[in-house]
Write a protein of this length. Structure first.
Length: 126
């Protein structure tokens, strides 16, 4: 049986803190892209549509800081930088994949709901 968290200050604060660290769209996509193994910076950037070099760098540093990925630099010219999920980061794969599958499955329903809301909202403004 699944354990339910109580919704009080002692449980909401850590949930909020962790979600603020991993809940942005780039972090989730980075974790998802590292699901099949180690990748170079350039591979990650090519695999994540729309992410800038600066944002990828910032997100990778934060994910490394919180222990979800390891960064390895090889002394080549220019240096080769590799990223791999840590064992802690690998524990995030299951919920990330489930969320990704849910998003793919429900995307058209969400788009339909947004369009219906926007249509209704624009009629109410007239």
């Amino acid at each position: 049986m699944e354990k339910k968290a109580k919704h009080d200050q002692n449980t909401c604060r850590p949930i909020r803190e962790v979600l603020s660290l991993i809940g942005d769209k780039w972090s989730i996509l980075i974790v998802f892209n590292l699901a099949d193994g180690t990748k170079r910076f350039s591979e990650l950037q090519r695999g994540i549509d729309g992410i800038s070099q600066r944002m990828l760098t910032r997100s990778l540093r934060e994910l490394e800081r919180i222990g979800l990925l390891d960064r390895r630099v090889e002394p080549t010219v220019p240096p080769s930088v590799y990223y791999t999920l840590t064992p802690l980061g690998e524990t995030l794969l299951k919920p990330v994949k489930e969320l990704g599958n849910w998003a793919l499955e429900k995307h058209s329903e969400i788009e339909d709901a947004k369009n219906a809301y926007d249509k209704k909202s624009s009629r109410n403004k007239k």
